[in-house]
Design a binder for this molecule. Sequence first.
Ligand code: GAR
Length: 193
Amino acid sequence: MNSLAIFASGAGSNAQKIIERFQSHDAIKVALVVSNKSNAGVLNIAEKAAIPTMLIERDQFFRGDGYIPSLKEYKIDWIILAGFLWKVPDMLINAYRGKIINIHPALLPNYGGKGMYGDFVHEAVIAAKENRSGITIHFVDEHYDHGDIIFQAHCDINESDNAALLASKIHRLEHEHFGRVIEETILGGSGIK
Ligand code: GAR
């Protein structure tokens, strides 16, 4: 069994989809939901699905053990970042090298890096009058939004679109693809489309 920890800071709509996908999967399960925000919607989603949750705090994450012993206790094999807004410390990246997957709401390498998350990304894309944006699913390395890209999908932007409309287009793409791409990456499926 491949055990996943989902890290998320917000509403958790991506986490919800992932939890649903793997609810009765024979090779993959969501074993833990981790958040840095005590009021994050994702914690309610996890509780409803009877998945253990872990609230993490800054000092232990960045300057302590990085919660690596706790993740090992839960026998976590893969970490999925689904709207997680803290940078992952090097110690944790080393402990889970090649096993941390992030979703970014734009077409990297554009519109990535520090401060580029959530609605800030969509606002920047609209302000630049881009005619398309999309999602990037990638492995996490020591640099912001930088690791090897696993999958991208794009959507068109119309002249009348605003950041909120773009956000909903992006969420639709994320919900459509993220779970499948996680599954294919973990199980080594060929031909990720
Ligand atoms: C998603 O759009 C995800 O791509 C983005 O946060 C949103 C979380 O939505 N992540 C980043 O911006 C990371 N840099 P959700 O809580 O509804 O899943």
